[in-house]
Design a protein around this ligand. Structure first.
Ligand SMILES: [Zn+2]
Length: 147
């Protein structure tokens, strides 16, 4: 009897393929997609070069397909409505605290490297806003505040 394993995605027992001795996901399409997604999430967490490459590739793609999401939303009203609904929920939860106020209370929080959502300051309180997802890499620590 061949040894079976439990798939990390669906939990079903499967027999590893002979040429993939360390197989951890079964062969179902959904589980193979999960395997690739898990690999990419892991890679994004541990590999800053991969993370930067992905961010650059996505920015390049967006620059070359500027109308893609607008056209997609126009062609898929259910998708658009679901997004609007989820955004309304997020907006209701969100409390905006303008960054300028951090100086007033005297406790500026230094920002680390990572992905940030960036939008025009005039749009920050609006329900609908254009925003970019940007990756910021901190090259030097901020100087200590002079008191
Ligand atoms: Zn599976």
């Amino acid at each position: 009897m061949k040894p079976t394993r439990l798939c990390l995605s669906c939990g079903n027992a499967f027999v590893p393929l002979p040429h993939v001795p360390h197989q951890r996901y079964c062969s179902m399409d959904a589980c193979q997609r999960a395997r690739r997604r898990d690999w990419q999430n892991h890679r994004l967490r541990i590999d800053s070069d991969y993370r930067d490459n992905q961010a650059r590739a996505q920015a390049r793609w967006r620059a070359g397909h500027s109308g893609y999401w607008r056209e997609y939303r126009d062609a898929h009203p259910a998708y658009r409505e679901r997004n609007s609904s989820l955004q309304r929920t997020r907006n209701a939860r969100r409390t905006f605290k303008p960054i300028a106020k951090m100086d007033v209370i005297g406790l500026p929080r230094p920002l680390g490297s990572g992905f940030y959502v960036m939008c025009h300051a005039d749009d920050a309180g609006a329900a609908k806003m254009d925003a970019w997802t940007v990756h910021i890499a901190v090259l030097s620590a901020p100087a200590a505040p002079r008191i």
